[in-house]
Design a protein around this ligand. Structure first.
Ligand SMILES: [Zn+2]
Length: 189
């Protein structure tokens, strides 16, 4: 029996409960909150997120045009842009960068056959493309890139450093370390 923490999706309730995954599977992930009685469908991805103690990685902005920022990746689909939508995995970039598209770039975090996390980057048909490691090559939606730790992703003119999770790394530790480093080169679009 696998028990997981789950927070009721009803905003006025929000009670945290221990749910039995086996029972949920039988009920096809339909669940009725015992406190507020609201019926809700639980997504398998939500459970994975709840079960994980740490995020799979981060994207951090550290450049000359905007304050340092941290975006925490989730397992599954992550979308970055000016207006990427709402919900888990949608990251609204806080920058006055007119070269950014509404949905600019995606990062999919998947587990491979041996349980290792892989990070796949794909431009989402952005107007100005996505760049990697300050190289002039412009990536479009047909390119799928396997990200490596410390890769520099440029969306529009905003630069992000990809940091994958490793033991002992926290958003704060990575952020503090990054703040000490010098800015990396921008590809002019
Ligand atoms: Zn409830």
């Amino acid at each position: 029996m696998t028990k997981i923490d789950y927070s009721c999706k009803n905003d006025t309730c929000g009670v945290t409960l221990k749910l039995d995954v086996d029972q949920l599977e039988k009920a096809n992930y339909l669940f009725k909150c015992p406190k507020c009685k609201v019926r809700q469908k639980i997504k398998k991805e939500d459970l994975q997120m709840n079960q994980k103690e740490h995020p799979p990685g981060w994207l951090m902005i550290h450049d000359e045009n905007v304050e340092d920022q941290v975006y925490t990746l989730i397992k599954g689909d992550n979308v970055f842009g000016r207006k990427p939508g709402t919900g888990p995995g949608c990251h609204t970039i806080d920058a006055t960068d007119t070269y950014l598209s509404r949905k600019h770039c995606g990062i999919q975090v998947v587990e491979n056959k041996v349980g290792k996390l892989q990070y796949l980057m794909q431009d989402l048909k952005s107007t100005n493309g996505t760049f990697l490691n300050a190289e002039p090559r412009k990536y479009n939606h047909k390119d799928i890139i396997y990200l490596r730790d410390n890769d520099l992703i440029q969306m529009g003119r905003t630069k992000f450093i990809f940091i994958k999770y490793e033991d002992g790394r926290t958003a704060k530790s990575v952020f503090d370390e990054l703040a000490q480093t010098s800015f990396r080169n921008t590809v002019l679009t």
